[in-house]
Design a protein around this ligand. Structure first.
Ligand SMILES: O=C(O)CCC(=O)C(=O)O
Ligand SMILES: [Fe+2]
Length: 222
């Protein structure tokens, strides 16, 4: 997957939305995968998210720092086993800061929007071959700081849209294992989703079937 003739290049998908291919080396991906496996254990482990309309999310989720549920944040798994949410590790918050620095550098809109020095939430989503995530906005935070998204395992189609509607215009980006997406500034509240997983494309040395996405956010909550 990574040995193609022309290296994949970083790109600004929309103003303030930056894709950095291959940001995480394979060793870092392995470490993150091992950490996700620990976080996924109960209590407050990987769970199926039930939506208010009666549906369920096909991506399963575990949260760190604050527990996300439709649609808000809590300190315990209010819609699951009731256990306290696992803490947000300092090293993961630091990885988020490094991601924002590397994605934005100086010259991109959104580089200084919000305070990215305080990543206090991580949402880990696990996708099997048939899982998806519908178009949505990350709008339950009270901070304008950018969202950092790390991908591990199977590649996927990541659909990045606009702030007005769930539909077009949008851009489809292929996110592969190790890729970084940061969206902030004018794109902080853009609709986005994952319409498709490319099953079986995870790097074999990882030993993962499926896709993990780690989304780092600043809650802006007390
Ligand atoms: O899996 C992804 O790449 C996106 C996850 C996402 O949008 C979310 O957790 O809010
Ligand atoms: Fe999201």
């Amino acid at each position: 997957m990574t040995d193609e003739l022309f290296p994949r290049e970083r790109g600004e998908v929309a103003p303030g939305a930056v894709h950095v291919p291959g940001w995480l080396g394979i060793d870092r991906q392995r470490e993150l995968l091992a950490a996700c496996r620990e976080w996924a254990r109960p209590p407050a482990g990987l769970r199926t998210v039930h939506l208010p309309g009666g549906g369920t999310m096909t991506a399963r989720q575990v949260c760190l720092g604050r527990h996300w549920y439709p649609y808000g944040y809590a300190r315990t798994v209010v819609d699951g086993d009731g256990a306290p949410v696992k803490p947000m590790p300092g090293w993961l918050a630091e990885l988020g800061r490094a991601a924002v620095r590397d994605a934005y550098g100086e010259a991109v809109a959104g580089a200084d929007a919000g305070d990215s020095s305080a990543f206090d939430i991580a949402l880990v989503n696990y996708y099997d071959a048939d899982a998806r995530m519908g178009m949505h906005r990350d709008s339950d935070e009270k901070s304008g700081a950018p969202v950092v998204s790390l991908s591990i395992g199977d590649a996927c189609v990541f659909r990045f849209g606009n702030t007005e509607t769930r539909s077009r215009p949008y851009t489809d980006v292929e996110l592969r294992s190790g890729d970084l997406m940061v969206f902030g500034g004018p794109s902080r509240l853009a609709y986005h989703g994952v319409p498709r997983i490319h099953a079986g494309t995870a790097p074999s040395e990882l030993g993962l079937t499926g896709r993990l996405n780690i989304t780092l956010r600043v809650s802006g909550l007390d």
